[in-house]
Write a protein that binds this ligand. Structure first.
Ligand code: KG4
Ligand code: ZN
Length: 343
């Protein structure tokens, strides 16, 4: 059997990324290079990602990220078998910058082009790192997404449930904001929660009483806001211990909801080879521990890619491109950037 070496390009949110991934003759993936240029500092003054600033930064940095990735891999374009690029969903200006960059390389070097759904990139990552067989259960928990997917193949996803309002990462970011912690809020809330008592405040577990695996995190966020306002009444700053206890309580509630809904989703997929998790919020250690326990109780594998592959990166796009290419998928110069693209 042959090997396949793909360049991957990602620019759908606030990370400009390029990577080189090889599918070996043994059927395993290997990351030869992975470059991620974050934009946190560029958006810091605005309390969130500014699409126009993000698009411009992607356009300015993509070429350099690609060159860095090729240098890291020690390869020239002629050593590649294809170019994979995130074609959506995401902030359209950034996605367009990535798609144009990939088209230029594909035409210039005479390489096949494969467009990749960003969510499929996250969802297929466990097969790059852990050789997980189809079908498996994927819990995708990022800043913009939260869903359970039955993954049956590189392009076959069954949506089993998801959030009806905020994504968990988004809720972490909003809670960080209301507690005057910097963005992105997930890691900040997690660090703060480490000093807190998760049992002090009775926070809601939304939708736990309803069947199925849909979730809701918006009410939980509002509950944190009310507690904060009560704690701050008559003062102008939140006590450090109060803040830590709020973070710990919030994090525990999110973890418990995700765990219980994962248990139900696993029950809906009796032939699953494992429970896998991906997306930025999968970096959270409390969430990981809760999910690991669910998998153990169900007697199935728990697969959580390394943190750097849970957040946005281009190795997952290169890998998803290789998997799609393997099914015969090819895209032409009419490949469109899509702001919305459900799996
Ligand atoms: O997957 P990702 O890098 O970007 C997309 O949304 O596609 O996820 C970013 C999200 C942010 O909302 C961030 O706050 C959250 O993931 N996040 C975390 C942690 N690290 C990142 N949430 C909770 N705990 C963390 N340790
Ligand atoms: Zn993502």
């Amino acid at each position: 059997t042959e090997t396949l070496t793909f360049l991957g390009i990602e620019s759908s949110c606030d990370d400009t990324a390029a990577a080189v991934v090889r599918l070996g003759a043994d059927g395993r993936g290997q990351i030869l290079a992975s470059v991620v240029a974050g934009q946190t500092a560029l958006h810091a003054d605005f309390g969130g990602v500014v699409p126009e600033i993000a698009a411009r930064a992607h356009a300015e940095r993509l070429d350099d990220c690609v060159l860095q990735a090729l240098a890291q891999a020690g390869l020239s374009l002629s050593a590649l078998d294809g170019v994979a690029v995130t074609a959506g969903p995401g902030l359209i200006g950034g996605v367009m910058a990535g798609v144009m960059c990939a088209k230029g390389i594909a035409v210039g070097a005479g390489l096949p082009l494969v467009g990749v759904n960003h969510l499929a990139g996250h969802a297929l990552t466990p097969r790059l790192t852990d050789d997980l067989g189809y079908p498996y259960l994927m819990l995708l928990v990022s800043g913009g997404h939260c869903q359970f997917l039955g993954v049956d193949g590189p392009e076959q996803f069954r949506r089993l449930g998801g959030t009806i309002d905020d994504a968990p990462g988004e809720a972490f970011d909003k809670v960080a904001k209301m507690l005057a912690l910097p963005q992105p809020g997930g890691p900040q809330v997690e660090a703060c929660a480490a000093e807190g008592d998760a049992t002090r405040f009775a926070l809601p577990r939304p939708l736990l009483d309803r069947p199925g695996c849909d979730m809701s995190f918006s009410g939980l966020k509002t509950a944190v806001l009310r507690l904060r306002d009560d704690l701050m009444a008559g003062t102008d700053a939140l006590h450090a211990q109060d803040r830590a206890d709020l973070c710990a309580g919030f994090q525990a509630a999110v973890a418990e909801v995700l765990a219980e809904k994962s248990r139900r989703a696993l029950a809906m997929l009796p032939d699953a080879t494992g429970l896998a998790v991906a997306g930025g919020a999968a970096a959270n250690r409390t969430i990981r521990a809760a999910l690991e326990q669910v998998a153990a109780k169900a007697g199935t594998r728990f697969v959580a890619p390394p943190l750097a592959l849970c957040t946005d990166n281009a190795a997952m796009i290169a890998w998803a491109g290789i998997e799609r290419f393997g099914t015969g998928a090819r895209d032409g110069m009419d490949l469109a950037a899509r702001p919305r693209w459900p799996l």
